[in-house]
Design a protein around this ligand. Structure first.
Ligand code: AMP
Length: 182
């Protein structure tokens, strides 16, 4: 049962508006399903927008932020729970431990790092949790092509495609979650 979803996404306020709309739709949809959001605890970028959408729709949000980022990422003090930790590693551990599934929205280096970590951990058999890539506006296309190249060059087995699912919209992500919860 998926009761708690960890969302990884951009901390940039300059992201394009359609990405913000997807973040909002995802947040609202999670709250409507009484699925809790777990995320990096910031008020910036797609992170903040997702959290606000969940809260506005009456849902629960747990944020985990390292003390040194409390200011830079404008820690969100209106969350159901805000956990301030000492290191990025602690943050990443709780973000993965508290998830029943992961959703990855468009993002920068931080988001890519988090995606690679949960992907490689699944590859190594450390977890079996669903990973859903929200490929809004084809954002992740080049990375997906890179993965194909890696498989073509036999650096990873072609069954890597089973480790994650790709959706084009928040609506598709929510339908997938509903399917998993049936
Ligand atoms: P970004 O996608 O770069 O906007 O970052 C999204 C989130 O990932 C932010 O909360 C960053 O603090 C976080 N982040 C940045 N670098 C890392 C990293 N190396 N490991 C884990 N999270 C990171």
């Amino acid at each position: 049962m998926i009761q708690s979803v960890t969302v990884y996404c951009s901390s940039s306020n300059l992201a394009q508006e359609p990405f913000f709309n997807e973040a909002e739709a995802l947040g609202r949809g999670l709250a409507e399903r009484k699925i809790g959001l777990v995320y990096g605890g910031g008020h910036v970028g797609l992170m903040g927008r997702t959290a606000d959408a969940v809260l506005k729709a009456g849902g629960k949000v747990r944020g985990i932020i390292p003390r040194f980022l409390e200011e830079r990422e404008v820690a969100h003090y209106g969350l159901t729970e805000l956990h301030v930790v000492e290191t990025m590693h602690e943050r990443k551990m709780l973000l993965t431990d508290w998830a029943d599934a992961f959703v990855v929205l468009p993002g920068g280096f931080g988001t890519i790092d988090e995606f690679m970590e949960i992907l490689t951990w699944k590859h190594l058999g450390h977890h079996k949790k669903p990973i859903i890539l929200l490929n809004a506006d084809g954002f992740w296309g080049d990375l997906l092509r890179m993965f194909e190249r890696i498989a073509t060059d036999r650096l990873v087995s072609p069954d890597y495609v089973d480790y994650f699912q790709v959706c084009n919209s928040a609506e598709e992500v929510l339908a997938l979650i509903d399917h998993e919860n049936r």
